[in-house]
Design a protein. Structure first.
Length: 227
């Protein structure tokens, strides 16, 4: 997919996002990890609705961190365009998985390009349903996102609706797509879909993309490691 001309104020490399309302994220299956159980760096192909690759994401962590911290591990994530240029950079700090303490709530920082923060995804304290806020570079809440009470569903997609800042207007959603019994049982390679309004701020589209990786590590890496 060739990039369209960049609009005014659009971070370089995000031109693709100005003309689409959907992204598909497919995690690659690592055969070495499948046969040995040794956690490898996660890699993801990011495509449009026609299956054309738009971006490619690769986790940047060391082996010790992956094996010792598992899905709770901190990571840097490089998202590159089809020329290999990094256009989005994600940073997830190390936090434990106890949602009842404010210092343990999960977060991810989104930069586009590296060094230029465009937003954050932050977990909120919750009792039943997981809740997240999608914020701009000034940490002002732009969107909210909720999850199901149980993210483990057999033979069904799992949806995380994205709403307006006050939680009243549907804006889009992040969907963890069911990939089949064998793949779900024996690998931690997931498929996700994102939908958002065509005219949504391109920076917020990038932050929603960052939310996918936080959701993957929080809910689905854990699930598959426990199988």
């Amino acid at each position: 997919m060739q990039p369209p001309p960049p609009p005014m104020g659009c971070p370089p490399g995000l031109e693709y996002l100005t003309q689409i309302d959907q992204l598909l994220i497919r995690q690659q299956v690592e055969l070495f990890e499948l046969f040995t159980g040794c956690e490898m760096k996660n890699k993801y192909q990011i495509t449009n609705s026609l299956g054309q690759q738009v971006y490619f994401a690769k986790e940047d962590t060391d082996c010790c961190t992956r094996q010792c911290c598992g899905p709770a591990r901190p990571f840097e994530m490089e998202i590159t365009d089809n020329t290999g240029r990094e256009v989005i950079h994600l940073s997830r700090p190390l936090r434990c998985a106890c949602f009842c303490c404010w210092c343990c709530l999960q977060t991810i920082e989104v930069q586009a390009p590296r060094g230029n923060v465009v937003g954050y995804v932050e977990q909120e304290f919750y009792i039943c349903k997981p809740k997240f806020t999608i914020k701009d570079a000034n940490r002002q809440t732009i969107l909210t996102m909720t999850g199901p009470i149980c993210a483990c569903r057999c033979c069904a997609d799992v949806e995380f609706p994205v709403l307006s800042a006050d939680g009243t207007v549907p804006v889009g959603k992040v969907t963890k797509q069911w990939t089949g019994l064998i793949k779900e049982a024996f690998t931690d390679a997931e498929n996700f879909g994102i939908t958002f309004p065509m005219d949504l701020d391109v920076k917020m589209k990038a932050v929603m993309l960052g939310a996918v990786f936080l959701i993957d590590f929080m809910f689905f890496e854990t699930q598959n490691h426990n199988n």
